[in-house]
Design a protein around this ligand. Structure first.
Ligand SMILES: Cc1cc2nc3c(=O)[nH]c(=O)nc-3n(C[C@H](O)[C@H](O)[C@H](O)COP(=O)(O)OP(=O)(O)OC[C@H]3O[C@@H](n4cnc5c(N)ncnc54)[C@H](O)[C@@H]3O)c2cc1C
Length: 377
C-alpha cells in the first residue's frame, strides 16, 4: 500500500501532524519505536498557547485524562539574585505542567481517533527514488522492510535517524544543549508557579523547579553544550546541588530513578527544513527555544505546518518547499528572537542583570519575562 503520508514519531510534533492529515481523510501511517503511553525526559512546562491549540484540536485538558497541574504565575531569578514574578489573569485558558506520559498519550489518541493507523516500528532511514523521499525503511530484527508514502513527515525527535541520514549528526556545541530532570515528592505543597533560576555559573543555562500533578515537583538543570563541556561536574552533581538549595523553600525528596538526561537540538538559524518528499518537525527539525529549551509548542506548530503543506502536496498545488515560509511564519520569529536573547542577554551576567533592573518598571516586566521564559505565559 502507498500511504498518503507516513509520520515518524508520535511525540507532540508527529501526533499533531498525523491528527491534522487524518482529519482531512488522508491515509496516514503513524509510526513510533515505542509503545504508548511512553515517557519523555522533560520539564513538562506547557505555555498557555498549548491549551489553545489543544482546544482547536478538540482536546479538553480537563477531560482528556491528562495529569496536569495548573500554573498561575512565573518567576525568574537573574544572576544578581533579583527575582521578577508575573501572574496570569485568565481563568479559562492557562499555562500548566503535564506529565509527558499523559500529555503525549492524549495527542497520540487524537491522531488515531481522527483515523491515523499506528504501528510500532523502528525506522532507520528514508526510502529514496532518485533524490526524492518516497517512504521509510523499517528495521525489524535483521530484516529491512520498506513502507511507501506520497509524503513523509520526520518527527522522530532529537536523535532523529531521518535527519541524520540527510544532514549528518549535529555536533556544533553552539547548536545543542543537554538537560537533566527528576521528579521529587513535595513535603509541603508548592505555590502554582514555575520557578526559573539563572545563577551566574550556569548562564545562559538555568535550573528549574515546577509544581507537578500528584504532589510532585519537576526539577532540573539545563545547560548549553559549550558551557557544559567546559565544566568538570556532571549534570547529576548540578541537580543534587540545586535540589539541596531548594530544600529550605520547597522541601522535596528526589525520586532518583526518575533522574534522566537528554539532548536538545536548538533553533539557531533559518536552515532549510525539507528535502523533496520529506519535512522535519519538532526536535527532528531543530525547533527548540534556545533560552528555555522549550520545544513542545514549536513541535506542535511545526507539526501542523508540515501537515498543511502535505495536504497541498497531495492536492498537487505545492511542493514540500512551501513548508519553509510556513514554519518561518509559525515559529521563526519567536525562536529567532530567543536565540538572539540567549546569545546577547542570557550569556552575559551584567547585561542580564541590567535588563532585569529595567524590568522592575511595571510596563517592561511582562515583555521581559515573556521573552526570557520563551513566551511561557
Ligand atoms: C530535560 C528536558 C526538559 C525539557 N523541558 C521542556 C519543557 O518544560 N517544556 C517544553 O516545551 N519542552 C521541554 N523540553 C523539550 C521537549 O521535550 C521536546 O522539544 C519535545 O518533546 C519535542 O517533541 P517532538 O514531537 O519533536 O519529539 P519527541 O517528543 O522526542 O518525540 C519523538 C518520538 O519519535 C520516536 N522515535 C525516535 N526515533 C525513532 C525511530 N527511529 N523510529 C520510530 N520512532 C522513533 C520516539 O520514540 C518519540 O516518541 C525539554 C527537553 C529536555 C531534554
Amino acid at each position: 500500500m502507498i500511504y498518503d503520508a507516513i509520520v515518524i514519531g508520535s511525540g507532540p510534533g508527529g501526533a499533531v501532524a498525523a491528527a491534522t492529515l487524518a482529519q482531512q481523510g488522508k491515509s496516514v501511517l503513524l509510526a513510533d519505536r515505542q509503545a504508548f503511553p511512553r515517557d519523555k525526559v522533560c520539564g513538562d512546562g506547557l505555555p498557555i498557547h498549548v491549551m489553545l491549540m489543544l482546544h482547536e484540536m478538540g482536546i479538553d485538558v480537563r477531560k482528556a485524562g491528562i495529569d496536569y497541574h495548573r500554573v498561575t504565575s512565573l518567576s525568574i531569578e537573574a544572576p544578581s539574585g533579583r527575582t521578577l514574578t508575573t501572574h496570569e489573569v485568565s481563568e479559562d485558558v492557562f499555562s500548566m505542567t503535564a506529565t509527558r506520559m499523559s500529555f503525549d498519550l492524549a495527542l497520540h489518541r487524537k491522531a488515531i481517533e481522527n483515523g491515523a493507523k499506528f504501528e510500532m516500528m523502528n525506522i532507520t532511514k528514508p526510502l529514496m527514488d532518485g533524490n526524492r523521499v518516497v517512504g521509510v525503511v523499517e528495521r525489524r530484527d535483521k530484516t529491512l522492510i520498506e513502507h511507501e508514502a506520497k509524503v513523509v513527515i520526520a518527527a522522530d525527535g532529537a536523535s532523529s535517524a531521518l535527519a541524520r541520514t540527510v544532514r549528518g549528526r549535529v555536533q556544533d556545541a553552539d547548536k545543542t544543549a543537554v538537560s537533566i530532570r527528576a521528579y521529587g515528592v513535595l513535603k509541603k505543597p508548592m505555590p502554582p508557579c514555575v520557578y526559573f533560576y539563572f545563577p551566574r555559573d550556569l548562564i545562559p543555562g538555568y535550573a528549574w523547579i515546577f509544581p507537578s500533578a500528584n504532589g510532585r515537583c519537576n526539577i532540573g538543570v539545563y545547560l548549553h553544550n559549550r558551557e557544559y563541556k567546559a565544566r568538570t561536574e556532571g549534570l547529576e552533581t548540578l541537580l543534587k546541588q540545586f535540589s539541596e538549595r531548594m530544600q529550605a523553600e520547597f522541601p522535596h525528596e528526589i525520586l532518583s530513578e526518575t533522574a534522566q538526561t537528554w539532548q536538545l537540538p536548538l533553533f539557531t538559524d533559518k536552515q532549510v527544513r525539507h528535502v523533496p518528499g520529506m519535512m522535519f518537525v519538532g526536535d527532528a527539525g531543530q525547533f527548540v527555544n534556545a533560552i528555555t529549551g522549550g520545544g513542545i509548542y514549536p513541535a506542535m506548530l511545526t507539526g501542523r505546518a508540515a501537515a498543511q503543506t502535505a495536504l497541498e502536496v497531495l492536492d498537487g498545488t505545492a511542493t514540500e518547499a512551501a513548508y519553509e515560509p510556513r514554519w518561518q511564519q509559525a515559529v521563526g520569529g519567536s525562536l529567532g528572537t530567543a536565540w538572539l536573547i540567549k546569545q546577547y542577554v542570557a550569556s552575559n551576567a551584567a547585561v542580564f542583570n541590567g535588563i532585569f533592573w529595567l524590568a522592575t518598571l511595571p510596563v517592561l516586566r511582562a515583555p521581559v519575562l515573556r521573552a526570557m521564559s520563551g513566551e511561557h505565559y
